[in-house]
Design a protein around this ligand. Structure first.
Ligand code: B4P
Length: 189
């Protein structure tokens, strides 16, 4: 079973590469951003709460996010493995994931981290904002998302290095070039 985390700053291409990875390796793709956006669209109580954080570029509180993730994972049966895109984003989320995987007798295969310069991230997200209509893809909110990434998510790099799971990949170049780098890492596992 191949269980991956795709890790990186906002706009690093996690969603883009996950789409290709799920096809190649037959994985179940769980994007917490997509899960939250679906909840916002359906105007549930949870969705409205999530919207208030996302529109400011903040993270959804850990307790809420961890429950959502555990539920989404347990709804999936008979899969060849997972690709977690956008989770974990904080140390408590990483610790919670460890517990969920242990309960399921599953092991994390690797953390694939997309490494992209900040100027490039900003450019990509501003460009996406012109077509996506996403409330969090405007310059002001992107700046706060990048700040949140540095303060809350960046420490996970050391966490997963210590666990021996971290695989850094240069996330700049064409989508196919980056995909080639990622699959080389996975195939060498
Ligand atoms: P996400 O949906 O995860 O948003 P993201 O980080 O911006 O997306 P990603 O890195 O996948 O970028 P993409 O491939 O689309 O999260 C949104 C919000 O939800 C968060 O800010 C937070 O509030 C909340 N949230 C989610 N998970 C959470 C958690 N665990 N805890 C708490 N809160 C959580 O690529 C971006 C753009 O770049 C695209 O337009 C793409 O076309 C382009 N691109 C991709 N690869 C490229 C390349 N090689 N060259 C040029 N452009 C490229």
């Amino acid at each position: 079973m191949l269980n991956l985390i795709i890790f990186g700053a906002p706009g690093s291409g996690k969603g883009t590469q996950s789409d290709l990875l799920k096809e190649k390796y037959g994985l179940c793709h769980i994007s917490t951003g997509d899960v939250l956006r679906a909840k916002i669209k359906s105007r549930t109580e949870l969705g409205l709460k999530a919207e208030s954080f996302i529109s400011k570029g903040q993270l959804i509180p850990d307790s809420l996010m961890i429950d959502i993730l555990a539920k989404v994972m347990s709804d999936q049966t008979d899969v060849q493995g997972f690709i977690l895109d956008g989770f974990p984003r904080t140390l408590p989320q990483a610790e919670a994931l460890k517990v969920v995987l242990e309960e399921k007798k599953m092991e994390l295969s690797a953390v694939i981290a997309l490494e992209v310069e900040e100027g490039e991230l900003m450019q990509r997200l501003v460009k996406r904002g012109e077509v996506s209509g996403r409330a969090d893809d405007n310059e002001e909110v992107i700046k706060s998302r990048l700040k949140v990434y540095h303060n809350q998510t960046f420490p996970l790099i050391d966490y997963y290095k210590q666990e021996g799971k971290y695989h850094g990949v240069k996330g700049e170049g064409s989508v196919q070039e980056i995909f080639g780098r990622i699959t080389a890492e996975i195939d060498a596992l």
